[in-house]
Design a protein around this ligand. Structure first.
Ligand SMILES: Cc1ncc(C[n+]2csc(CCOP(=O)(O)OP(=O)(O)O)c2C)c(N)n1
Ligand SMILES: [Mg+2]
Length: 169
């Protein structure tokens, strides 16, 4: 969602998205497919929430093993943020199944190490400088972006506009 809300793309870039632009568990498999389609000659960037990422994080084995050029960016707000937001709006913030009490993100530094992948954590804007080098090589890596769990969507998302401009697949 965040990617589509900030929908600036560079010439030659393609964006792949699940139906509805918010399906969980799409990003990593799509990234692997795109990587194979491009014969591992293009850089692929995968964006996931911590919840969506955990739907197919076992694929890290393939990514690491075949050294696919995929940069995996995970927005970690420790839970199912979009659903939490609905619970704020319509359920008087009575959270169920969406916060740290029910779902947590694994320790990504340890997980990355277990799969033999490079790892960088972004906690504040200055940390972004540290990822520049990662984009200059053709190795897979994990970039974890820490997001405050109280952060809400700042812009509503418009399906039709996106549909016109960004139909990709
Ligand atoms: C396959 C699938 N299951 C469930 C949903 C419903 N759903 C939409 S957003 C969301 C939470 C996503 O959590 P996360 O990936 O951590 O992203 P966040 O909203 O926290 O940024 C859920 C469960 C969905 N879109 N797709
Ligand atoms: Mg989340």
């Amino acid at each position: 969602m965040m990617k589509f809300n900030n929908k600036k793309s560079m010439v030659g870039q393609k964006i792949l998205s699940g139906v509805g632009y918010g399906s969980m568990g799409c990003s990593i498999p799509y990234a692997i497919g795109a990587c194979y389609a491009a014969e591992n000659k293009k850089q692929i960037i995968s964006f996931s929430g911590d919840g969506g990422f955990q739907m197919n994080m076992q694929e890290l084995m393939l990514i690491a093993d075949k050294n696919l050029n995929i940069k995996i960016i995970i927005f970690n707000n420790n839970g199912l943020g979009l659903i939490r937001e609905s619970q704020d709006r319509y359920m008087n913030s009575r959270y169920f199944g969406t916060n740290e009490k029910y779902v947590k993100c694994p320790q990504m530094d340890i997980l990355s190490k277990a799969y033999g992948l490079s790892y960088v954590k972004i906690k504040k804007i200055e940390d972004c400088k540290t990822i520049k080098d990662l984009f200059n090589d053709n190795k897979s890596c994990i970039i974890e972006v820490i997001v405050d769990s109280s952060q809400r969507m700042y812009k509503l998302f418009c399906y039709n506009i996106i549909r016109i401009k960004f139909i990709i697949i």
